[in-house]
Design a protein around this ligand. Structure first.
Ligand SMILES: Cc1cc2nc3c(=O)[nH]c(=O)nc-3n(C[C@H](O)[C@H](O)[C@H](O)COP(=O)(O)OP(=O)(O)OC[C@H]3O[C@@H](n4cnc5c(N)ncnc54)[C@H](O)[C@@H]3O)c2cc1C
Length: 443
């Protein structure tokens, strides 16, 4: 009898391990933890602090401070009743139903936590995704991504340094400028372009003598499709395009990137853009761990699951960006979005509750409901479409209303994790802090 079957027959509590405490995994851990407690639910994440991934463009621009924004997983575990284990999951042994969590070192290289093995009855893969460079030469070496909090913070510091350098260089060379190229005109690229434009203006206003963002910060958004936000309705694309152009952001569509170098981005049709900084926001792929499970993955490395979010191994489920979930339409899968990860987490609460209570599992499949898309176009405005009973097939929203709705999505995530009172307190505290902190992080 192997360890796995001996657990099942020994009457031990059914143990769910969730790998990845992101938009979907953390909500699942919090909801299950509140229902069943820490003996049944363990969350593993490679980082000690949670930041909602859709806010990483604000972290990269410095309009959101990761040290203020981050929620400690240990605090959340205590609050919501799950167990938290810190460390990167390196391997899954399906035969023995256990995962290997890597040792954790401090910045000096001292071991803080040893390598560990954890035993599961059900494993939920909620690892998210990383950028897909589509084998573009030079992209992995020279472009930055918004995959992690660390990469967003590294970009912020590099950009801040570059602005200060240009500010100094302008004493000798008045035509010095900072060129930023963003590859990918989806929601991430569009939101980042506007956020960087606004943050550049704020940094300059806080103390750069010679640097003027509207003149010296050249932001170019490069998109391979004929229009930006090509996955969204044309009306939204057009509104966003107009706004970007008004702000002085260059938008290049129908433009495929062929190479990224240390200071340029070259396109397949022979164009070349100066790029002191290049941000890659042009597609996602599954993490390498998904390919080690010895189960089918799709062409971008997402684990293929059925409508019940089950992999071919019934003890392994998956949600969010790391999974390819069928929509029911031939060949189509649920888009990699926070709203899908949120819905899938809610769906799995019932399924996993049944497993924990050893009652029959619900049989109806998960159905993705598109509630629309909202794109932030800076601190005061946004654009998007809403779907649903009231909005019908798509209600176009723009301006401050769209921006407020966009902000409410972040609060809804906090609400799912922290509950209403703590979310309210947090929102109020952040509002008050704005009176004593600069609007953009300056150090
Ligand atoms: C800048 C930006 C803006 C976006 N805006 C929107 C938006 O407006 N609306 C929208 O719907 N979607 C948006 N998205 C997409 C959205 O962020 C993702 O679809 C969503 O976060 C996916 O959730 P997830 O739970 O699958 O993974 P994630 O939220 O990415 O979480 C994955 C977690 O897994 C952990 N992890 C990874 N590997 C390991 C490992 N080996 N061991 C342990 N832990 C691991 C990570 O640390 C992370 O905490 C945006 C994305 C970006 C980058």
């Amino acid at each position: 009898m192997n360890q796995a079957s001996s657990r099942a027959t020994s009457g031990e509590p059914h143990h769910v391990i969730i790998i990845g405490g992101g938009a979907g995994g953390l909500e699942l851990a919090a909801k299950l933890g509140r229902k069943h407690g820490p003996k049944h639910v363990t969350l593993v994440d490679s980082r000690p602090i949670h930041i909602w991934k859709p806010s990483l463009h604000e972290a990269a621009a410095g309009t959101l401070d990761i040290y203020q924004e981050g929620l400690s997983y240990l605090m959340l575990a205590n609050l919501c009743g799950f167990t938290f284990t810190l460390g990167e999951v390196q391997a899954v042994d399906r035969e023995r139903r256990c995962i290997t969590v890597a040792e954790v070192q401090d910045p000096q290289g001292d071991v803080v936590l040893p390598q560990r093995e954890l035993q599961y009855d059900t494993l939920v893969m909620a690892l998210g995704s990383v950028s897909n460079f589509f084998n573009t030469p030079g992209a992995a070496e020279h472009a930055v991504t918004l995959d992690t909090t660390e990469s967003a913070e590294a970009f912020r510091l590099t950009m801040l340094k570059a602005m200060v350098q240009v500010d100094n260089a302008k004493v000798q060379n008045p035509s010095a400028e900072l060129n930023v190229v963003i590859v990918g005109g989806g929601a991430t690229g569009v939101e980042l372009a506007v956020e960087l434009h606004e943050a550049g203006g704020m940094v300059a206003a806080y103390g750069l003598q010679n640097f003027r963002a509207d003149r010296d910060l050249i932001i170019t958004l490069v998109e391979g499709a004929p229009r930006i936000l090509s996955a969204l309705p044309e009306k939204i694309s057009n509104a966003a395009h107009t706004r970007l152009t008004e702000l002085g952001i260059r938008v290049e569509t129908d433009c495929r990137v062929a190479e990224v170098t240390a200071d340029h981005v070259r396109t397949a049709d022979g164009r070349e853009f100066a790029a002191g900084l290049c941000m890659w926001a042009a597609g996602i792929q599954g993490l390498p761990l998904m390919a080690t499970l010895d189960m089918p993955v799709n062409r971008i490395g997402q684990l293929i699951v059925n409508g019940q979010l089950e992999s071919p191994d019934p003890n392994i489920l998956a949600l969010g960006d790391c999974s390819a979930v069928p929509t029911g339409e031939e060949g189509r899968t649920v888009p990699a979005r926070a709203q899908a990860a949120h819905q899938e987490a809610s769906y799995l609460v019932r399924k996993l509750t049944a497993r924990i209570r050893k009652t029959p599992e619900p049989t109806e499949p998960y159905v993705y409901r598109d509630h629309g898309s909202l794109v932030s176009l800076g601190q005061d405005t946004g654009v998007g479409s809403l779907m649903g009973k009231l909005a019908g097939r798509g209600l176009f929203v723009s301006g401050t209303l769209a921006r407020l709705m966009y902000m409410s999505l972040h609060l809804m995530h906090h609400h799912a994790v922290l509950g209403i009172w703590r979310t309210g307190t947090l929102a109020l505290a952040r509002l008050l802090l704005r009176r004593t902190h600069p609007r953009v992080k300056l150090h």
